[in-house]
Design a protein around this ligand. Structure first.
Ligand code: PLP
Length: 382
């Protein structure tokens, strides 16, 4: 038996809804299923306005255009993140100013943000790692004080909240991903959430190739034309049909994922108590949406051995997020600041197999293999 790291879950309704979209004869963007998805998000999460996109990357690129990011503007981004968090702003000419993670969790260290703000700073982009919220009150206060925009990269964060407020709905803009590695999927897919009303009209234009076609479709104008810059950021209704089948099962998917997460936590707690590994920390203000389960090894060498030990048992565990500030692309811009916490997560974090259909027996094999590794194979001094 081999246990993969991820396996996309299909609810069973996807093909039926895709067929309905096809039969309806309208499969381009903003069709019937896109409307259903929009309603779902706006009703369930109270988001002011949502626009489906073809990816979270696209939603981040839309955010950068909406904020009028120009060459020389500075954007504060965690170094421990996916490349799109930074790249979307680089495409507009921004200078990326990286910030370190916290020592007790991979999220950005908000206490280190203010010293990075200059007159050129335009935006802060918090990433809610593993769907666990950043300290949003502190971030929003800084943004207000210095007149900055906040774009939440909520790619991991569906159905998760900060002090009762849904993630993605707190900053001026929020972005989500429905890539097949996330909780709710459409293969590729994403969403821009617009919480600041001033951006709604322009967001629709940017998403429709710089035209006011959305207004035209609503009958508000009698022809549409080129009014701004933009691109093609909207998904086909076939994608939305797939996504809607997932959304109808969101409760079920989330309940199962939380169950899997809690079992990992409970069964691995002993390793943490013995000082062998660290488990995820969830602050009081944050909920856990069970996007992923990670543990932290002592160092890179131990992690490599652990991953090899699991691989020998046909268990696929992975690590991710190499430091963006040490990437080949960023090297010429790197100012030499050290990010010890980012380094720690890049070197020591391991993600365990985590997906809806992970069977209890499979999960127990993973857990047993971890205990075995720390008991017999890896005798690091306590
Ligand atoms: C997955 C991910 C993205 C990109 O999402 P896509 O939909 O694949 O473009 C962006 N940011 C973070 C933090 C992610 O995990």
């Amino acid at each position: 038996m081999s246990i993969p790291f991820n396996k996309p879950f299909f609810t069973g309704k996807e093909a039926e809804y895709i067929q309905q979209a096809v039969v309806s004869g309208k499969i381009s963007g903003d069709g019937m299923f896109t409307q259903k998805c929009n309603q779902f998000f706006e009703q369930r999460y109270g988001f002011k306005k949502v626009l489906l996109t073809t990816s979270c990357t696209d939603a981040l690129e839309m955010a950068a255009i909406l904020l009028d990011i120009k060459p020389g503007d500075e954007v504060i981004v965690p170094s421990y993140s996916f490349v799109s968090t930074a790249n979307a702003f680089v495409l507009r000419g921004a200078k990326i100013v990286f910030v370190d993670s916290k020592s007790d969790e991979p999220n950005m260290d908000v206490a280190r943000v203010e010293e990075l703000i200059t007159p050129k700073t335009k935006a802060i982009v918090p990433v809610h790692y593993a769907g666990v919220s950043c300290d949003m009150d502190a971030i929003m206060q800084l943004a207000e004080k210095h007149k900055l925009f906040v774009v939440e990269d909520a790619a991991h964060s569906i159905d998760s909240s900060y002090n009762g407020k849904y993630l993605g709905g707190i900053g001026h803009l929020g972005t989500f991903s429905f890539h097949e590695t996330k909780n709710i999927i459409s293969g590729e897919g994403g969403m821009l959430v617009i919480n600041d009303e001033r951006f709604i009209e322009r967001a629709e234009i940017i998403r429709e190739k710089g035209t006011n076609r959305s207004k035209f479709f609503r009958g508000e104008i009698d022809r549409y034309s080129w009014v701004d810059i933009g691109s093609s950021f909207l998904p086909s209704d076939i994608i939305a049909a797939f996504l809607y089948a997932q959304l109808e099962n969101l409760e079920k998917i989330q309940a199962k994922r939380k169950e899997i997460w809690n079992i990992y936590y409970k069964e691995l707690k002993e390793l943490e108590d013995k000082g062998r590994v660290s488990l995820p920390f969830i602050p009081n203000y944050a909920t856990n949406n069970a996007h992923l389960f990670y543990l932290l090894c002592k160092d890179q060498e131990e992690r490599a051995q652990l991953i090899a030990h699991l691989r020998a048992k046909n268990i696929q565990a992975v690590f991710h997020y190499l430091q963006l500030h040490k990437s080949e692309f960023y090297k010429p811009f790197y100012d030499g600041r050290q990010f010890p916490n980012t380094d720690k997560y890049a070197d020591c974090l391991v993600r365990l197999p985590f997906f809806y259909e992970l069977k209890s027996e499979e999960q127990q094999l993973v857990i047993a293999a971890l205990h075995e590794f720390y008991q017999y194979y890896f005798q690091s001094p306590l």
